[in-house]
Design a protein around this ligand. Structure first.
Ligand SMILES: *[C@@H]1O[C@H](CO)[C@@H](O)[C@H](O)[C@H]1NC(C)=O
Ligand SMILES: *[C@@H]1O[C@H](CO)[C@@H](O)[C@H](O)[C@H]1NC(C)=O
Ligand SMILES: *[C@@H]1O[C@H](CO)[C@@H](O)[C@H](O)[C@H]1NC(C)=O
Ligand SMILES: *[C@@H]1O[C@H](CO)[C@@H](O)[C@H](O)[C@H]1NC(C)=O
Ligand SMILES: *[C@@H]1O[C@H](CO)[C@@H](O)[C@H](O)[C@H]1NC(C)=O
Ligand SMILES: *[C@@H]1O[C@H](CO)[C@@H](O)[C@H](O)[C@H]1NC(C)=O
Ligand SMILES: *[C@@H]1O[C@H](CO)[C@@H](O)[C@H](O)[C@H]1NC(C)=O
Ligand SMILES: *[C@@H]1O[C@H](CO)[C@@H](O)[C@H](O)[C@H]1NC(C)=O
Ligand SMILES: *[C@@H]1O[C@H](CO)[C@@H](O)[C@H](O)[C@H]1NC(C)=O
Ligand SMILES: *[C@@H]1O[C@H](CO)[C@@H](O)[C@H](O)[C@H]1NC(C)=O
Length: 532
């Protein structure tokens, strides 16, 4: 292994990140993108046939040019796909997605230069936004040089193509995972197959562990990274993670692909947070069809609930789509179900994450179809789901601003008698969901008991931008066209008409708004100052 790290030897410096913590991330809302598919540098709308599994030409400059689009929807953090050099021209195409590391000390020139990546980091920080980088350290990827596996059952592998781990000893002995219930097998055998094995780093080896530790520290510093999304966390021994997370020095969000919340929860605290895959499975069960099972969401605790740590909101990243799973709209085209499922991501515990393209109505199925080029959409901002995403980010921000304990207090379910409805309270937000779909012959009703809001409180549903008043005995709310309702007290719209500008009440408390304005100017100046 060559312990050489190139990141620090570069000319342009990214503005130092003030090591973003779990608390800093807890109020954020993340937009996830695949760099190769998000935007080209020159804005050319080149064709992109996802089935070819090759590069389509997206770049970090392209992202910089479209930050208005992302920020305009209310997102204040961007998760980009892995940035290091990948193996290309494999039997499964190129490493355009970034998950096939070949050389983790070299930034992939496919997406631009190291300076471009620093410029992206700076551009985000100037807007007060965060940069999250995706990393893969469980394995590398390489094409075997000789696939004749007899007599030793081992194919030949050219480890010298890898950097810095370039010897067989840096990796676990060859074996493909065949028993997912055997944790040793999961951790020490290989992912991939004989056409494209993913050699599994020997993370039991001290030299490998220490090289990975320095590597992540250097990467985070060189690009002023605010958070790290970590691939395949369950494939590395549990006690590896806390030291690695410490070396990263910023919030770490791990992928633990499982529908088992207890299993997932074990990794919270090893890495800072996990992607909430267990709830994602429940979300599909609940809203994937109009006969789905809403109890799957209400009865199964999330990994954050099981981890019993203090701040549930920053313990998981909550999502409806990602680069590994068929898009939600490939399961159902019913816009009512789509809007219900989308809403769930933004109104509960956990940091909301939206995968690029969902807002444009993309409906790609399994990988590679779910990695469409966003430029083919024209980045239109008047599309229904772009507007819808903006409403949801806005409602969450209003709730955070209005209640100091919004983040730290877990959401709770309000029991409903109609099995086609559920209701989630996270004060001051109240979210009502149904899976009857948009063509239901009769609309369900939610019962909101007294006590949740003071009698006579006017609530606004940001989905329909309509008002309703809570009575002495609570209130019954009837659905419209199978759509969900995301409600906040109307008084909170005064601070920012964002979710429903038309309903914003002309306020007397203008001074308060200008104080907020001054604060954001101050923080913008602060991020410019930190550039020097
Ligand atoms: C624009 O960028 C694309 C993708 O990187 C490239 O294929 C194309 O040649 C460029 N077009 C121009 C006019 O520079
Ligand atoms: C491939 O590996 C097999 C088994 O180890 C060996 O017998 C054979 O000579 C190798 N072929 C080449 C071209 O290296
Ligand atoms: C679990 O997997 C490891 C590694 O493949 C293997 O050595 C071990 O025998 C397996 N244990 C059981 C109980 O199957
Ligand atoms: C879920 O994970 C826990 C912890 O690993 C394990 O004890 C339990 O058996 C798993 N449950 C199922 C249904 O696999
Ligand atoms: C719905 O989900 C709950 C919770 O997981 C489960 O107990 C119940 O059996 C499911 N109902 C159906 C019809 O699948
Ligand atoms: C709802 O009904 C209309 C008219 O029959 C039909 O075109 C549409 O596809 C239906 N939508 C769903 C989601 O079933
Ligand atoms: C809500 O439903 C759950 C599960 O059925 C039950 O345990 C709980 O007591 C109910 N809560 C109220 C306030 O009715
Ligand atoms: C703020 O959140 C706490 C905890 O959920 C809740 O008790 C309180 O009523 C909320 N306040 C407002 C104004 O929503
Ligand atoms: C709500 O409004 C009614 C009618 O104006 C009034 O009688 C009642 O006192 C109010 N209740 C509260 C809690 O403000
Ligand atoms: C809501 O509807 C139920 C059932 O019809 C009724 O018993 C209850 O009084 C209603 N609550 C309110 C606040 O109107």
């Amino acid at each position: 292994m060559r312990p050489s790290f190139i990141f620090s030897s570069l000319l342009l410096f990214a503005s130092p990140a003030l090591a973003a913590s779990a608390a800093d991330w807890s109020t954020r809302q993340i937009y996830q993108l695949v760099t190769d598919r998000f935007a080209t540098s020159n804005n050319s709308a080149t064709t992109c046939d996802t089935s070819l599994r090759t590069y389509c030409g997206g770049s970090w400059k392209g992202i910089i040019n479209h930050l208005d689009y992302i920020q305009g929807m209310g997102f204040d953090a961007v998760w980009i796909s892995p940035v290091v050099k990948n193996v290309d021209a494999t039997p499964y195409g190129d490493g355009y997605h970034g998950y096939w590391s070949e050389d983790i000390n070299t930034i992939s020139s496919r997406y631009g230069s190291t300076d471009d990546l620093k410029a992206l980091s700076n551009a985000l920080h100037e807007r007060g936004m965060y940069l999250m980088i995706d990393i893969v350290i469980n394995h590398f990827a390489g094409i075997p040089t000789n696939t004749t596996t007899s007599p030793s059952n081992q194919f030949t592998f050219d480890y010298s193509r890898f950097n810095p781990f370039n010897m067989a000893d840096d990796f676990h002995a060859q074996c493909f995972i065949n028993d997912y219930t055997n944790q040793t097998d999961v951790e020490q055998c290989w992912l991939g197959d004989e056409k494209l094995p993913l050699p599994d780093l020997n993370t039991e080896d001290d030299a490998v562990v220490s090289a990975l530790s320095s590597w992540i520290g250097d990467l985070v510093k060189a690009y002023a990274v605010d958070g790290v999304r970590i691939d395949t966390v369950k494939h590395i021994r549990h006690d590896f993670w806390s030291a690695f997370t410490k070396s990263a020095g910023v919030w770490t969000l791990g992928e633990v692909l499982t529908d088992n919340a207890t299993y997932s929860a074990q990794y919270i605290g090893a890495v800072d947070a996990v992607l909430d895959y267990p709830s994602w499975y429940n979300l599909l069960d609940a809203f994937g069809t109009s006969t789905g099972n809403l109890s799957a969401l209400t009865l199964n605790p999330s990994p954050a609930a099981l981890a019993s740590k203090s701040s549930p909101t920053s313990l998981t990243g909550v999502f409806l789509e990602n680069h590994d799973q068929p898009r939600f709209a490939s399961h159902t085209s019913d816009v009512a179900l789509i809007k219900n499922a989308m809403s769930w991501v933004f109104v509960g515990d956990g940091v909301p994450i939206m995968y690029y393209g969902q807002e444009q109505g993309y409906a790609g199925g399994a990988d590679p179809a779910n990695r469409e080029a966003l430029w083919l959409s024209g980045y239109e901002t008047n599309k229904p789901l772009v507007l819808y995403a903006s409403k949801l980010t806005s409602a969450r921000k209003l709730a955070i601003a209005a209640n100091k304990t919004f983040i730290s207090t877990p959401a709770s379910w309000i029991n409903q008698s109609d099995p086609s409805t559920i209701a989630l309270s996270k004060p001051p937000l109240l979210s009502l969901f149904t899976n009857v779909g948009s063509n239901a012959t009769s609309q369900p009703t939610w019962s909101i008991p007294a006590g949740l809001y003071e009698a006579n409180t006017t609530l606004v549903d940001v989905v329909s931008c309509t008002r309703l008043v809570v009575g002495e005995d609570g209130v019954n709310v009837t659905a419209m066209e199978g759509l969900p309702k995301v409600m906040i007290p109307a008084s909170m719209l005064k601070k920012d008409g964002g979710a429903c500008p038309a309903l914003a009440i002309k306020q007397s408390g203008a001074t308060r708004r200008s104080v907020v304005g001054v604060l954001s100017v101050v923080s913008a100046v602060w991020s410019v100052v930190t550039l020097v």
